[in-house]
Ligand binder design. Structure first.
Ligand code: CP
Length: 313
């Protein structure tokens, strides 16, 4: 492991807070966590500490994989999965809620529907805060597990052709991921209808980091050269106007026909949940990596929690 990197007590709000060296450190620790994440070995290195797992927006993978990671490390978990069951339903502010939870635990994981909520929580709490997704903002732990999945599948991330497809406007996973990929010299292609293309401020920041993405609405034109196809759901819940959602719903569907010209070793990823954008027939192909990707959330989150809370195997 890299002795120059220290995560003790660190907030993880945005992937932009992490250098390439930091990301590589977490991926190296995550690799050692895989047998523990699978339950093949036991390493309760954070026994006696408490994690606050606050989810104020629906989640399956992030909430449960943080909880699983915590249990595998021996942490006790304060689990909140509904805002309506907290005093926020009586009008308490997020700031006061975080101030209280901070005194009950040693680290806080927060998912919230509003962009900026994790930064606010990190400013209020003395304990480290990990952003588990804030509105259309960012989802840094998803990015870490995405990068870990690419590295494990392809051997390296450097210089790969990565195609991001779907809801690039509201998709926080693709915002965080595309930023992180510039640190690995990846070549990016954005495939989306014009109304869901990547926001200009993100394109500008990528370009400033020597990564000028290729932008199109046609997957067929770029599939042949892709090493990774990262598919996202068109997120109905993020559209201010339901009529705008209806115009683009179902605009891409990845099935075996759509993948006919793909390289044999190209991988298909998806942060999940999927709706109709990947046909179940793809699940049985060598391309499908999305369920393995979801599992990788456990070793990656174990690596983060142990690095932040100060435990070593
Ligand atoms: N990938 C992801 O964030 O999934 P959940 O919304 O189920 O946590």
């Amino acid at each position: 492991m890299n002795g120059d990197v220290s995560f003790i007590g660190k907030d993880i709000v945005s992937i932009n807070d992490l250098s390439r060296k930091d990301i590589e450190y977490i991926m190296d620790v995550a690799e050692t966590m895989v047998p523990y994440a699978k339950g093949e070995k036991s390493g309760r290195i954070l026994k006696g500490k408490i994690l606050g797992n606050l989810f104020f927006e629906p989640s399956t993978r992030t909430r449960l994989s943080f909880e699983s990671a915590a249990h595998r490390l021996g942490l006790d978990v304060l689990d909140v999965s509904e805002m309506s069951m907290t005093s926020m339903a009586k009008g308490e502010t997020l700031s006061d809620t975080i101030r209280m939870v901070d005194t009950y635990c040693d680290a806080i994981v927060l998912r919230h529907p509003h962009d900026g909520a994790a930064r606010l929580a990190a400013n209020v709490a003395k304990s480290p805060v990990i952003n588990a997704g804030d509105g259309a903002g960012s989802h840094p732990t998803q990015t870490l597990l995405d990068l870990f999945t690419i590295k494990r599948s392809m051997g390296s991330i450097d210089g790969l052709n990565i195609v991001l497809l779907g809801d690039l406007k509201y998709g926080r996973t693709v915002h965080s991921l595309s930023n992180a990929l510039t640190r690995f010299g990846a070549k990016l292609t954005f495939v989306a209808p014009e109304s869901l293309q990547m926001p200009q401020d993100i394109i500008d920041s990528l370009t400033a980091n020597n990564c000028k993405p290729y932008i199109t609405d046609k997957l067929d034109d770029v599939i042949e050269s892709a090493d990774v196809l990262y598919v996202t759901r068109i997120q109905r819940e993020r559209f201010p106007d339901p009529a705008e959602y209806q115009k683009v719903a179902g605009c891409y569907r990845i099935d075996n026909e759509a993948l006919r010209n793909a390289k044999k070793e190209m991988i298909v990823m998806h942060p999940l949940p999927r709706v109709n954008e990947i046909a179940p027939e793809v699940d049985d192909t060598e391309h499908a990596k999305y369920f393995e990707q979801a599992f990788n959330g456990i070793p990656v989150r174990m690596a983060l929690l142990s690095s932040i809370m100060g435990g070593e195997l």
